[in-house]
Design a protein around this ligand. Structure first.
Ligand SMILES: [Zn+2]
Length: 240
């Protein structure tokens, strides 16, 4: 009887761990994104610069169409691309393809259209590669107690619990490098010249106060620039 109960416990435990799905992660992201959009709306910031908003849409939509082709799961997602003139958010994509891009950030770095395409493609790559889901799974592997707790708490912890964030940093670093690589390839497949895409990373490195050092969960900007140049050269050599 004891053994049987233990077996049941294990089953329940495994079930809880397996319960987190892409759909659940997307629902959580949708809720957080909606909250942020409501805040921006209340501050008259949401998509408030029509020229900038149209520029971002014009560059983002072909990337999203390419992603739908290359990552078929994402074709069914309710993608959204919004912009804000100011604010702390540089640019991000939440699970399920919810993007926000800051005009202040794009203007500060003086991004060309190709460089903006690289920024967007990096964010789109995070979404289609399911980086959020993989991060939550890694958190539950590192700290199994999370399997028993509500998902909303874990969602908050990966952004605010510094001890957990430190443990997740190696994965975050790999995900950033992967989003750089797969994002550059995605934008290149859309038709952007690879060397022009790579220059986004040159601008990041130039704007950085410490280009040779890793930043929290991001590889060193100089390293990202070097990797992008190498990938661009390889894509150029391979041809379309
Ligand atoms: Zn990233």
């Amino acid at each position: 009887m004891r053994r049987y109960l233990y077996g049941l416990f294990l089953l329940a435990y495994a079930g809880a761990a397996a319960a987190l799905t892409q759909a659940e992660v997307m629902a959580g992201a949708e809720r957080l994104y909606r909250e942020r959009m409501r805040e921006l709306q209340a501050q008259h910031q949401l998509d408030a610069d029509p020229d900038f908003h149209q520029r971002v849409q014009r560059i983002a939509q072909p990337l999203i169409a390419q992603a739908a082709h290359d990552y078929p799961e994402s074709a069914a997602w309710p993608w959204e691309v919004h912009t804000a003139p100011e604010g702390d958010d540089n640019a991000y994509a939440m699970a399920g393809g919810k993007l926000l891009v800051s005009r202040a950030y794009v203007h500060k770095l003086l991004l060309t259209d190709a460089e903006l395409a690289m920024l967007l493609a990096h964010e789109i790559a995070h979404a289609v590669l399911r980086h959020n889901l993989l991060e939550y799974e890694e958190a539950m592997r590192l700290e199994p107690a999370w399997r028993q707790r509500p998902f909303a708490e874990l969602e908050d912890a990966v952004d605010n619990d510094s001890a957990l964030m430190r443990k997740l940093a190696p994965l975050g670093m790999r995900q950033e490098a992967e989003a750089d690589r797969e994002g550059l390839k995605l934008a290149w497949r859309v038709g952007w010249p690879a060397p022009l895409l790579a220059r986004y990373f040159q601008k990041l490195a130039r704007a950085s106060h410490a280009p040779n050092f890793e930043q929290f969960a991001h590889p060193a900007p100089s390293q990202r620039w070097k990797a992008a140049q190498e990938l661009a050269a390889a894509l150029e050599a391979a041809g379309r």
